[in-house]
Structures are given as structure tokens and as C-alpha cells.
Design a binder for this molecule. Structure first.
Ligand code: NAG
Length: 597
């Protein structure tokens, strides 16, 4: 195919080395950091023979068209609403331009890389992986790699502070990994934490009122215990899903993306079901291992168990899928084993996009500070999440657990200004970002709820009315600390504290927007079920729908705030706000309303 003809072409070109040396010798910087990313330190020079899996992300040929298609299929008022793309249709949009492929092949040939050494090509052809030595990569990227150490997590990675590409490749190549994305992977906010201050429910107290077996009366109110401890019964009552019986379980499913060697424990899930949702006892879920992800049953993860126990119980009996994506294996400085490139989102999103069937709703409870993710990397990941939306999947991310920003909130661009620190991928407009709440009557924004304004992605038009109204209302509050024209988040919110989770056989209270995102995902999965059962397409990318005026079924959270960066943060108000926004309160009502579209 293309590679073999390129081989012949390449051999011919070897004889004409000098014009090529000129073409490929004109290097222009692609990305650089002004300082070593926070938390990392230079450790040593890697062995020149150390192997790297160098991954080249080729620019999708028709990304703009894919984005306009995404808007059309996600806008209830558009005639193409719900007409999501098949894998083949999406691949056609994201395939690189033939010229891009040709140029990259040429360049690889110039560096003596035989096409047979391409170890992987994505189906759409937008990703090319080659195995090269550090010395070779340094030549190709005009850079010097280092081994960097992250003290807090004891991680070692091979990265660089800057890299370049030939001028001619800039218009064809989006990113090269591993280069400047350090992604403090282990210390990345797995947005949940154990809450010792909230006494977990004892195993022997009478929790009949907290079990859901029978349908609840439509006006049932959550038990008062839901003010402090959350169980599936609380969520099913509070968000009015208890009376809905899923019907499309043969087609519908809900997915959870897990990283950081977080493994869900099946025995814990049974204990949880026996305790809190007896009619689900005996049911399980599918684990899909991505890039050698593991499923170690002797090491239950707090985040994984939280996600699994809540997403799968609230959506029960909707089939559940847990993706275990390998994180960062121990760094082995040996010249035989290539280092894992440790690009977890890319590994995961490339994997799901290669599948013809994808769960219709997927929740992820991980994130980085936006400023720590290189711009090219952010754009590439965010675009791929857009493809997932175009395929008809609702992609939810938790908004983060540090209000408007954790730590000193200083910028890392050399100027060390104090600015609110948005989270990524929460700040990507193509995901639906979920903030946290507490209490029940009324529900109030929880103080750690991540929220604010992206400094990287502009505000999409569908947010204009809602966000401008909020900005007008707050006047000069926090001015200068955030970019008012950035994509604003969260989009939705749900309970985020005191979740009763079984971990290693014992019940713990767990909180974080990590709890909120799987909760909303479960509700969206039920909405998708209602739509599929009615012969309608799934909801897909939710955001344009959420911001439509007067969409019934939402409950506006109007109090609470999210302090951070030494400020009081933002304050919740009537209408959209960057703390809690609105929650999906009555999905059965919303499901009925889908007849309107
Ligand atoms: C604010 O955000 C907009 C839209 O993303 C961007 O064009 C602009 O450069 C940003 N301004 C600053 C000061 O970061």
C-alpha cells in the first residue's frame, strides 16, 4: 500500500539527499517550556540507545468539517440532530491529507527509518508510531532528552523541555510524543478523597430505607440521611430515576475510563449491591484493558470502586464497561524495552475510536491543570473527544476538586502571575463537565467544586447568553484572575460528598467531583435508554442541548461558592454559574420532553 510505494520512493530520494537535507534541516520550534514543569526535576541523561515509541499525530484533514458536523448532529433544532457518524465516516474526517502522509514518510526515510519499522498506524491513518533510539529522536526533533523525576510520585520519565520539527512538517503534524507533556500522572487529581470526618454507615444499622427495590412514589423525598451520606437510593430519589425501568439494555451501555492502576474490585461491588441495591446483586461489568491495563483484584482502587459502584448502580441494569488504561510503568533504563510513552488520554481515546461500537455514555474522573498540558497536546486530545461526540457518545469529565485553583495558582510561563487555574480536559468544550453539590433541600454547591474559565479554549457560542448573564451579574469580582472569553464550566453538577463506597470489604465515605461525574453519567445513560427504547438516536454531545433556553428537567443550584487561589472564588446564582451550574433533576421528565425534539 502506501508504505511500500513510499519505500521505493524513499530509496530514490536517498540518491537526491542534498535538496532533502535542506528541506528537512530547516527546523522550527514546535513547543517549549520556559521552566521544568512544577514537581519535576532533571535527573540524568538517558542512554542514547534507550528506545522510545515515537508517536506522530498527523493533522486530521477535515477537522473543521468534523466539528461543524458535530454541531449539527448535536443541535436539537437541526435536521441532522442525532445523525451520528459511524466509525468509517468519522475515520474519513480525521484521516490526514495524502500530502501530510507523503511528507512524513519522506522525512522518516530521510532519517533512515524504513517503513517496515512503523509499529502502528491508527485505522484513520492519523497516528503513526515508530520505534527509535533516544539519539535518533534527538536528531529528528532537534532536541535533547532527559530523564526527569517526580519526587512526589517517584516517577521517572524520558521527556524534553522543547522540540522542533522541519518547517515543512508544521502544517502536517499536530503533535509528537513523548516530548513536552509531563502530565503529573500519579499526582494528577484523581478527583476523589476519603472523608474521615463523615462517619460511614455501619454494616448493621437498619438501612431498609436506603435500599431501592420497589419503585418509589413519584414524590418520594430523599431520606434525611442523604444530607450527609449518599447511597444509590439517595441519588435515585433525589434525581427522580427510581421509577424508570431501563428497556434498551441490549443496545445501551455506560463506560468508565480508569487510569493510574486503579482497579475495580468485583467482590466489593457485590458487597455494595447486597448492602445498597440488593436487586443488582450477582450482576457485574466488563473490564476492557487498554495498552496492557491490568485488573488486579488484590488491589481495590478508591476511584475505580467509587466510579463503578455509583455509575453502575444508578444506571442498573444498563451494562457497564470499565476501561483499565495502563498508566506509567516503572522506568526501566534498558536499551531493549522501549519506554511507555505514558500518554494515557491518547492511548485511551485512540483505542475507543478504533472500536465500531462505543458505550453511549462515558465518564472520566481525572484531570490535569490546563497550563501543564502543552497547547498542541490539549488541542489534539480535545479534538479526539469531539470525534467521540460525533460518534454519538456523551463524554463527561469531573470538574476538579480545588475550586478555582489549588496551590499558589502561579502561571508557569515565566511571569509567575497569580491566575485561576482551570482543569483539563474539563476545559475542553466538547466534553460535558460536572461539578459537585451537597445537601438535599435545597442542594447547594460544594466548596471544592472545580469551575471557571478556560485560558486555552474560547467560549462556544451556545454558552454566550448563559455566561454573559453571569458575568454581568458579578461585575468586577475576580477580574484579572480569569479569562472571561474562555470556555466556561462546569456544565452540570450533582452530589459530590459522603458517597458510601465499599473498599476492601469496608464502607468508606468518599467525596469529590469524581463522585459527581459517574452520577450524571448514570442519569444520562438512563436518558439514552429512554431514547433508544423509543427508536431515537442517543444524546451524544450534550452541551448545545444543555444551554438551550427553558430545557425542562433541570434544577438550578443557586447558593454556594468555590474558593481557591486565596480568593472566595465564584458564587452560585440563579441561572448558569461557574460553581455548580444546574443539575439534571428530573430525568423522567426530560425523557418525556425529548418528544419535543
Ligand atoms: C482569552 O481567551 C481568548 C479565547 O480563548 C484568547 O483568544 C485570548 O488570547 C485569551 N487572553 C488571555 C490574556 O489569555
Amino acid at each position: 500500500m502506501r508504505w511500500s510505494s513510499a519505500l521505493v520512493l524513499g530509496l530514490v530520494q536517498l540518491c537526491l539527499a542534498s535538496p532533502h537535507a535542506k528541506r528537512w534541516g530547516d527546523m522550527v520550534e514546535k513547543h517549549s517550556w520556559t521552566q521544568i514543569p512544577t514537581g519535576w526535576e532533571y535527573h540524568s541523561a538517558p542512554s542514547p540507545e534507550q528506545l522510545l515509541e515515537l508517536r506522530l499525530g498527523l493533522k486530521p484533514h477535515k477537522m473543521d468539517e468534523l466539528i461543524s458536523t458535530l454541531y449539527e448532529v448535536s443541535d436539537p433544532a437541526h435536521e441532522r440532530y442525532g445523525k451520528h457518524l459511524s466509525k468509517e465516516e468519522a475515520d474519513a474526517f480525521i484521516a490526514p491529507h495524502p500530502k501530510a502522509v507523503e511528507s512524513v514518510e519522506d522525512w522518516l526515510q530521510h532519517h533512515g527509518i524504513d517503513p517496515s519499522e512503523v509499529t502502528h498506524r491508527s485505522d484513520a491513518g492519523d497516528w503513526v508510531t515508530v520505534r527509535v533510539s533516544v539519539a535518533q529522536a534527538e536528531k529528528m526533533l532537534g532536541t535533547k532528552y532527559g530523564v526527569y523525576h517526580h519526587a512526589k510520585s517517584s516517577d521517572y520519565v524520558v521527556r524534553t523541555l522543547r522540540y522542533s520539527l522541519p518547517r515543512d512538517l508544521h502544517s502536517h503534524v499536530d503533535i509528537v510524543t513523548p516530548t513536552t507533556y509531563f502530565g503529573t500522572f500519579r499526582s494528577m487529581k484523581a478527583t476523589s478523597f476519603i472523608q474521615p470526618e463523615i462517619t460511614p454507615l455501619e454494616l448493621d444499622v437498619d438501612t431498609e430505607s436506603l435500599k431501592v427495590g420497589e419503585a418509589l412514589s413519584p414524590d418520594a423525598v430523599p431520606p434525611t440521611s442523604c444530607n450527609t451520606v449518599i447511597t444509590p437510593a439517595c441519588l435515585r430519589t433525589l434525581y427522580n430515576t427510581a421509577n424508570y425501568t431501563p428497556k434498551a439494555t441490549a443496545q445501551n451501555s455506560i463506560g468508565l475510563a480508569g487510569y493510574l492502576e486503579e482497579f475495580g474490585n468485583r467482590a466489593d461491588l457485590q458487597t455494595f449491591y447486597n448492602r445498597f441495591l440488593p436487586n443488582a446483586a450477582g450482576s457485574s461489568y466488563t473490564t476492557v484493558r487498554v495498552n496492557n491495563g491490568q485488573d488486579d483484584q488484590s488491589d481495590p482502587g478508591v476511584e475505580a470502586n467509587l466510579d463503578i459502584q455509583y455509575a453502575f448502580s444508578v444506571a442498573f441494569p444498563t451494562p457497564g464497561v470499565y476501561y483499565s488504561t495502563a498508566g506509567r510503568p516503572p522506568f526501566v533504563a534498558d536499551s531493549q524495552t522501549p519506554t511507555n510513552t505514558n500518554e494515557p488520554y491518547l492511548d485511551w481515546v485512540n483505542f475507543v475510536l478504533s472500536q465500531s461500537t462505543i458505550p453511549q455514555t462515558i465518564s472520566t474522573s481525572y484531570g490535569d491543570d490546563e497550563q501543564t498540558v502543552p497547547a498542541d497536546y490539549r488541542t489534539s486530545v480535545c479534538n479526539q473527544l469531539a470525534v467521540l461526540g460525533a460518534r454519538g457518545t456523551t463524554v463527561l469529565f469531573s470538574s476538579g476538586d480545588f475550586g478555582v485553583g489549588g496551590g499558589d495558582c502561579l502561571t508557569n510561563d515565566g511571569t509567575r502571575r497569580k491566575l485561576f487555574q482551570p482543569a483539563f480536559p474539563a476545559s475542553c468544550p466538547f466534553v460535558t463537565t460536572v461539578g459537585g453539590t451537597i445537601r438535599t433541600n435545597p442542594e447547594v454547591a460544594v466548596s471544592f467544586s472545580g469551575g471557571g474559565f478556560s485560558r486555552a479554549f474560547p467560549r462556544p457560542a451556545f454558552q454566550d447568553a448563559a455566561v454573559s448573564a453571569y458575568l454581568n451579574a458579578i461585575g468586577n469580582t475576580n477580574s484579572g484572575l480569569f479569562n472571561a472569553s474562555g470556555r466556561a464550566y462546569p456544565d452540570l453538577a450533582a452530589q459530590g460528598q459522603g458517597f458510601q463506597v465499599v473498599i476492601g470489604g469496608r464502607v468508606s465515605s468518599v467525596g469529590g467531583t469524581s463522585a459527581s461525574s459517574p452520577t450524571v453519567a448514570a442519569i444520562v445513560a438512563l436518558l439514552n435508554d429512554a431514547r433508544l427504547a423509543a427508536g431515537k438516536p442517543t444524546l451524544g454531545w450534550l452541551n448545545p442541548l444543555i444551554y438551550k433556553d427553558l430545557l425542562p428537567g433541570f434544577n438550578d443550584i443557586t447558593s454556594g461558592s468555590n474558593p481557591g487561589c486565596g480568593t472566595n472564588g465564584f458564587t452560585a446564582r440563579a441561572g448558569w454559574d461557574p460553581v455548580s451550574c444546574i443539575i439534571l433533576d428530573q430525568p423522567t421528565l426530560v425523557a418525556e420532553c425529548f418528544d419535543c425534539f
